[in-house]
Write a protein that binds this ligand. Structure first.
Ligand code: HRO
Length: 308
């Protein structure tokens, strides 16, 4: 079964890849993604300087999902600029994720990383875990201003990583802005920000930073992710390709994202739980499911979710 896909003119050998943040901070982790069945190598969101991130414990996995408050730990863009040429020898696209604590941070990272020509750049507008730094993706005019500045710098296909939205009007104003700016792809969704997981035996929170609040991922966020993929696909169609992210732990979950309109799928929590072997498992499960249903390719079913 051919599970390859094309996003913004870039061919991916399979439509499944890591989500930024999951096992992609260090050179060793990025090379392991290169050697795995992942269809791309997505870096951790990078800032101008190295960041240790928030105090530990800052990631907790439980049946049904995960909560994190990593706090943008990363090597800093100079290190990723050095590593990217090596990553490009693995024969799959390299997606550089950029972030920042302020707009000038994003512009600085974008300038330096564009110079080493990753295949695509994903602009992270949705880190929920930095105290005092609201998610830019929830401010449509701030997002527009930042993306317009980035567009002047970035010469490779540039997409956005969005937070989840929960109201139709937010889908509409965000879709309009993304079409105006002409982003090349969108990754939907980042973690569901500022959730709280409680350990009832210990009677306390499960992660240390920010009073235990953090971004939720894994199986429990799938309906929110699917709603965002579907809502944007209905508004934008194929004008901006969608990478679906959120709640993917099986080939069936991938299929649901594709039915909603996703051209590719990313995995975070399942990758952290299982390691890079998860790519092979999911590829096999999706291939078998498509075959059982009689689909010859992804384009035969993509976006074809039926409504009652
Ligand atoms: O590093 C993090 O705390 C983090 C980031 Cl940048 C992000 O985009 N999403 C997330 O759940 N955690």
């Amino acid at each position: 079964m051919d599970l390859s896909t094309t996003i913004a003119g870039v061919r991916f050998p399979t439509c499944l890849m890591n989500a930024s943040g999951a096992l992609c901070v260090t050179k060793a982790e990025l090379e392991a993604l290169g050697q795995s069945r992942s269809g791309a190598i997505v870096t951790k969101s990078m800032t101008p300087a190295f960041r240790q991130g928030n105090p530990e414990p800052r990631y907790y996995s439980f049946p049904g999902g995960s909560i994190n408050s990593m706090g943008l730990p990363n090597l800093g863009y100079p290190a990723y600029a050095d590593i990217i040429p090596t990553l490009q020898t693995f024969g799959k696209p390299v997606i550089a994720s950029i972030a920042g604590l302020s707009p000038p941070d994003f512009l600085e990272a974008a300038r330096a990383i564009t110079a080493v020509s990753p295949d695509l750049i994903e602009v992270n507008l949705s880190c929920p875990n930095i105290a005092g730094k609201p998610q830019i993706g929830y401010d449509v005019e701030a997002s527009r201003a930042l993306l317009l500045e980035l567009k002047k710098i970035v010469t490779v296909p540039m997409g956005v990583k969005l937070p989840p939205y929960f109201d139709p009007v937010h889908y509409e104003i965000t879709a309009r802005m993304l079409l105006d700016v002409k982003v090349d792809f969108m990754t939907v969704i980042n973690s569901v920000g500022n959730g709280l997981v409680v350990d009832p035996e210990e009677e306390r929170v499960v992660i240390k930073p920010r009073y235990g609040f953090g971004g939720l991922g894994g199986a429990m966020i799938k309906p929110v992710a699917l709603a965002n993929v579907r809502a944007f696909w209905k508004l934008i169609g194929d004008s901006i390709p969608i990478i679906g992210t959120g709640g993917v732990v099986s080939g069936t979950d991938m299929f649901e994202h594709i039915l909603c309109g996703a051209k590719a799928v990313q995995i975070g929590t399942a990758l952290v739980d299982e390691g890079v072997g998860v790519f092979q498992r999911l590829e096999k499960e999706l291939g078998e499911l498509l075959q059982r249903k009689g689909y010859a390719s992804l384009s035969d079913c993509r976006g074809r979710l039926q409504e009652l």
